[in-house]
Write a new protein. Structure first.
Length: 344
């Protein structure tokens, strides 16, 4: 340091050490740490250099006291699929960490009035600065308005535009499901089945509507449909029903990869060859699609990107910034090994 005094390295280094090294006041260092516009560039560079030299790590608690924030963002979900959750959490953490925030995860029942009360209770207990709210919780009636009334910034993900949130990132699931129908029709399939998600959830309704519209473009009617629950066990039950029907579908669209893998398992148990006798398409583009045998044809949702965009938009709201962040995500069909031409 300038006066030759010893200093402590890493997390033991104090803000006072940084101030002495940069020859500025403690208040000036605090302003630099909190990105205050009241510091000129030359002073900011000196302070940043001192921080780097001393390996100073600011205390989150002290930072919060100085700014009135917790530097915590909440991740609200109701998803039983660990592979999906992993992608979402990685996306949130990537952006939050880069911006100096930490993530707090809160699962909650999705879709009903109990969701609103539960999320508000979480906000009050955790003192998060804002929320990233994933579907289906984001579709709970009145949730966006309730958070706005509490002054809590929140960014939602949904398969449709929804009211009440200052920002929503829409995943275009209806269009993606229509493309699945067109793909199967292009392979010559006409006996086509559907394992849908629970129809009280917007994403399931969107995927079903898109798939049916894609079939109707060619004048083809759905042969058979079973409502699943997005779980592997629910997929097994649905597969048993569809694959015991007469006539049996030559192709089935499952509204997520978990249920599609369940279809593969039941088909194998019944001696039904995939894709020679049965084509299967999933939805999500999860790791399951790659490790399944045969590898699943599936719709890829860029969940990591969506979560990162939502977190970026949320922190911008918290910090009063306004940048252009993508508001819609296009989904792509990834062709694997689980689909083939319709059997004669």
């Amino acid at each position: 340091m300038g006066d030759g005094a010893p200093f402590r390295m890493g997390t033991q280094t104090t803000i006072s050490d940084v101030a002495k090294e940069a020859a500025v006041s403690i208040r000036t260092v605090s302003r630099v740490l909190n990105r205050s516009p009241k510091v000129n560039n030359n002073t900011r560079e000196r302070v940043d250099a001192a921080i780097k030299k001393l390996g100073f790590v600011p205390s989150p608690r002290a930072r919060g006291l100085a700014t009135g924030r917790s530097y915590l963002v909440g991740f609200i979900h109701d998803d039983i699929n660990g592979l999906v959750l992993d992608l979402l959490q990685r996306g949130i953490v990537a952006e939050a960490t880069r911006r100096g925030y930490e993530m707090v995860v809160h699962p909650t029942p999705g879709g009903g009035a109990e969701s609103v009360a539960d999320v508000l209770d979480f906000v009050h207990r955790s003192r998060v600065d804002g929320l990233v709210v994933m579907a289906p919780v984001s579709g709970a009636e009145g949730l966006g308005a309730a958070l706005a009334a509490e002054g809590i910034p929140a960014v939602a993900q949904s398969s449709v535009s929804i009211d009440g949130f200052p920002a929503v990132i829409v995943t275009e699931e209806r269009a993606a499901a229509a493309n699945v129908a067109r793909y199967l029709l292009g392979l010559g399939h006409r006996r086509i089945g559907l394992v849908n998600g629970p129809l009280e959830i917007l994403s399931a309704c969107e995927r079903r509507a898109g798939f049916l519209s894609g079939l109707q473009e060619s004048g083809v009617e759905l042969l058979n449909e079973v409502e699943g629950d997005y779980s592997f066990r629910g997929g097994i039950v649905a597969a048993e029903r569809l694959l015991s029907a007469d006539p049996r579908p030559s192709a089935i669209f499952a509204a997520n990869d978990l249920m599609a893998v369940a279809l593969l398992k039941v088909a194998a148990g019944r001696g039904i060859s995939v894709p020679d006798e049965l084509s299967i398409v999933g939805f999500d583009g999860s790791l399951l699609a790659q490790v399944a045998t045969p590898a699943l044809t599936t719709v890829s949702r860029p969940l990591g990107d969506v979560a990162e965009w939502a977190t970026c938009r949320l922190i911008d709201l918290i910090e009063g910034k306004d940048r252009s962040i993508p508001s819609r995500a296009t989904l792509q069909l990834l062709v694997g090994e689980s689909c083939g031409p319709a059997p004669r």
